[in-house]
Ligand binder design. Structure first.
Ligand code: ASN
Ligand code: ZN
Length: 343
């Protein structure tokens, strides 16, 4: 029997109540089962969230059923999803819809591929898993629950937007996940993550675990002041001053080998996203100017783009949108000077 749409509500990981778009259908006990399946948009295929039940392989979860894993959405016995363990599902499901709506309303983009593709997320991945990721091959997002020390469940709005942006980058031609190009890829994800979750310019303020909070790590990365947080200790020796802080200027670029964070993709990205912060706040152009210009710059990038080519792509996009004599163009130019990125 096909499922019917319904509304529900739930509590996210940090205890915030959220309205949800669900589906429901009859179950074999004569009652109803509710699913994290949002099929309320007639121009896209739907938003579906899956429960990995702390395993790493969803196929094995359903091998005794006739269903393909894609058919087995996260289910609950009520339209109210308020149990503690349901928080990651609630967050991933709701935040996917917020990010989908953001791109549709602000950039006229219909889902990750701009063709209405289904948005799928898996939560409760593995055990104590301290990460979240987008997979090009699976074409979906995956979220761990964290180990409680470094991270708590990772499906916050900024992280969800970050991961979905990896999907958008992929369907826009991709940016090879290595060295400078990979750092551009990461900078797109962090910049849109913080623009869509507009409470701050930090990434990950809702996912930090006890031990890291106790060390003053109130977020994972900052666009405003990258140096306020440390990079992974393994990379400290590669920092110019040995102090292992995230960089905000080309003079602080980390020259890491390919087998260390793909050449520093999650480190050197903060140089570029700091320029986004500067344009929005110090030059006073606001988040929308940054978002529109960065989004347009995909048109000028290619799979192996360098930082210098990224700079050109942004400046050309600013000319397209605002003209060469505009304060917006001057702001991007000034911010690139500020981070030491020249042609
Ligand atoms: N959280 C990381 C990211 O989205 C995972 C990874 O390194 N692929 O970039
Ligand atoms: Zn990323």
């Amino acid at each position: 029997a096909s499922l019917l749409p319904s509304r529900g509500k739930g509590l996210g990981t940090t205890g915030v109540e959220k309205l949800l778009n669900l589906s429901h259908g009859p179950n074999k006990n004569g009652g109803r089962t509710f699913y994290l399946a949002d099929q309320t948009s007639d121009i896209m295929d739907g938003i579906f969230t899956y429960n990995m039940k702390n395993t790493a392989n969803q196929i094995s979860l359903y091998e005794n059923t006739k269903a393909s894993w894609k058919d087995v959405k996260y289910n609950g016995d009520s339209s109210s999803w308020e149990a503690v363990g349901q928080g990651p599902g609630v967050d991933a499901h709701k935040n996917s819809r917020i990010v989908y709506d953001y791109f549709l309303e602000n950039h006229g983009r219909n889902s990750l591929d701009d063709n209405g593709m289904a948005i799928r997320s898996r939560v409760h991945y593995w055990t104590e898993y301290n990460n979240a990721f987008w997979s090009n091959g699976l074409a979906m997002m995956t979220y761990g629950d964290g180990d409680g020390q470094q991270f708590i469940p990772l499906a916050s709005l900024d992280v969800t937007a970050h991961e979905m942006m990896h999907g958008i980058t992929h369907y826009n031609g991709g940016l090879r996940y290595r060295f400078e190009t990979g750092a551009i890829n990461e900078a797109f994800s962090d910049t849109f993550g913080t623009i869509i979750d507009d409470r701050s310019w930090d990434i990950g303020e809702d996912i930090m675990g006890e031990a890291w909070l106790a060390e003053g790590r109130t977020a994972l990365r900052s666009n405003e002041d990258p140096g306020k947080f440390p990079v992974n200790e393994r990379f400290w020796a590669y920092s110019v001053d040995g102090e292992g802080r995230y960089p905000s200027h080309m003079d602080e670029y980390y020259f890491l080998p390919a087998n260390m964070d793909n050449g520093g993709v999650h480190i050197n990205c903060t140089i570029l996203q700091h320029s986004a912060y500067l344009v929005a706040e110090e030059y006073g152009m606001g988040r929308e100017v940054v978002a529109d210009t960065w989004y347009r710059s995909y048109d000028y990038l290619h799979y192996d783009a360098t930082f210098a080519e990224f700079r050109e792509a942004i400046l050309q996009s600013a000319i397209d949108l605002y003209g060469e004599d505009s304060e917006e163009y001057d702001a991007f130019l000034g911010a690139f000077d500020d981070i030491g990125l020249y042609e």
